[in-house]
Design a protein around this ligand. Structure first.
Ligand SMILES: [Zn+2]
Length: 450
């Protein structure tokens, strides 16, 4: 049998193991894995790894309706950069506008992406409205292919009361959906900020000092207690402390289904940056804040041991302002995740290749309900990445493809690089050249349990 496309002679990297095989594609799907497969088009992957397209379940691209969008990447530039990084699906957010039906907010956000994506995409539905009428809209949002709901316990314009979180979790659990939480104790952080500022502290040091680890773990504890009461499945975004991870472990031991996300900035950068260059420090005044190196090691360990399930970028490419020179907080990284995790995870001996693919590809697919993605299996979407483990590069904004003129990982040396990225059978990046089209990527209807 002849196939449309065959990726030949590479080493397949899958959560279950690594083995030599060809991957054959017909149309948009994987048709077979085997040896000596042939197709009308063949891509040689000798000496290279062949992995499932990576999924980044946490990115923030620009809102095109805003007169001055804060983030530098549109769906077009962000998804192109993602494709260079071996990503074939991103999940962004449909931010709810208070007083507005969720379906309307989702429709507005869909317009930003439609016809503007090189790879596939979806959205998490954000709820920041205490109005109970939003709860009645949840089933409709789930059936429109968006079964995950993001809630914030921090940021004044977004944070919800516990009772609203409880109601949302209850409503989402009834639909077998997923609740995603930004967990920080905002009121205590605000109080600590007030006190520390009174003693003369400011800037990045104040930011770090006012958010000690317990302000994360106590919020995670509260969120998981509400999840236990309602039976909701919960994912905690950007877990940054061992104390926070401990709360997740306790919840699992009670039988709850809970997940943890790590982001490269918390794994690779420490709070030492807050004492350095002011612009760099301000760009990394993310929430939760960067932690000390011992916390980083605890996260790596959690990742290797399976207590952290997914790694996402939280790509928030905030533009530097010139006058006065400030860099609003937000880490970039939509393109760099596979390279960074390969370098500082696999090559550094902190995790094996199987685990690398599990946390970047297979687990996000399972946890976010992308049932035909994240694995190289016949019948799955032909999302395939050819990764050269021998390539070396120094990360810099000039070599990366985000519109941002500064990379969070500027100057870091990486080993291994995605060379070719295929999304649903279509070559999007070939040998590190963009060959895809921005009207190819499509909205993926997500559903759990299929
Ligand atoms: Zn985020």
């Amino acid at each position: 049998m002849s196939y449309d496309l065959v990726v030949k002679n590479g080493t397949i990297i899958s959560p279950g193991g690594c083995f030599p095989a060809d991957v054959a594609v017909v149309g948009e799907q994987i048709a077979a894995l085997g040896t000596n497969l042939h197709g009308s088009r063949e891509i040689d992957a000798s000496g290279r790894y062949v992995l499932p397209g990576a999924i980044d379940g946490h990115v923030h691209l620009a809102d095109t309706r805003s007169a001055s969008p804060l983030t530098a990447d549109t769906f077009a530039s962000g998804t192109a950069a993602a494709a260079f990084g071996g990503v074939t699906t991103i999940i962004d957010f449909a931010e709810s506008q208070p007083g507005t039906p969720l379906a309307h907010s989702l429709e507005l956000r869909s317009e930003d992406a439609r016809g503007q994506a090189y790879i596939d995409y979806s959205f998490h539905m954000n709820i920041r409205d205490e109005d109970v009428s939003r709860l009645e809209e949840i089933p409709q949002i789930v059936s429109s292919g968006v079964p995950s709901f993001k809630v914030f316990m921090a940021f004044e314009a977004y944070r919800l009361t516990d009772v609203t979180m409880f109601r949302i979790m209850d409503a989402v659990a009834r639909q077998d959906g997923l609740v995603i939480v930004h967990a920080e104790d905002d009121q205590i952080i605000t109080e600590l900020r007030r006190r520390e500022a009174g003693s003369g502290m400011s800037g990045a040091r104040l930011h770090a000092a006012s958010s000690p680890p317990v302000t994360e773990s106590s919020a995670i504890h509260r969120a998981l207690a509400l999840a236990e009461l309602t039976g909701a499945r919960v994912l905690i975004f950007h877990v940054s402390t061992r104390e926070g991870l401990r709360e997740l472990t306790h919840a699992r031991s009670r039988g709850q289904i809970v997940y943890a996300e790590a982001c490269p900035q918390y794994l690779l950068l420490s709070d030492a940056v807050y004492g350095e260059n002011e612009l760099v420090a301000s760009s990394l005044m993310v929430r939760p804040p960067l932690r000390d190196p011992a916390q980083q090691e605890a996260l790596w360990q959690g990742l290797a041991e399976g207590r952290i399930d997914v790694v996402s970028s939280d790509h928030t490419p905030r533009k530097r302002q010139k006058n006065p020179p400030v860099h609003p907080p937000g880490a970039s990284g939509i393109e760099t995740r596979l390279m960074l995790l390969h370098t500082f995870g696999v090559a550094a001996g902190r995790m094996n290749l199987e685990r690398w693919v599990e946390v970047c590809c297979a687990n996000p697919a399972r946890i976010f309900g992308l049932s035909r993605k994240g694995q190289l299996l016949p019948g799955h979407d032909a999302d395939v990445v050819v990764f050269d483990p021998e390539m070396e590069a120094v990360l810099s904004s000039s070599a990366l493809h985000s519109e941002l003129d500064y990379s969070t990982y500027e100057g870091m040396k990486v080993y291994g690089m995605p060379m070719t990225t295929i999304c649903r059978g279509q070559v999007v990046v070939e040998n590190h050249e963009l060959v895809g089209s921005s009207n190819f990527g499509k909205f993926i209807h997500r559903v759990f349990g299929s």
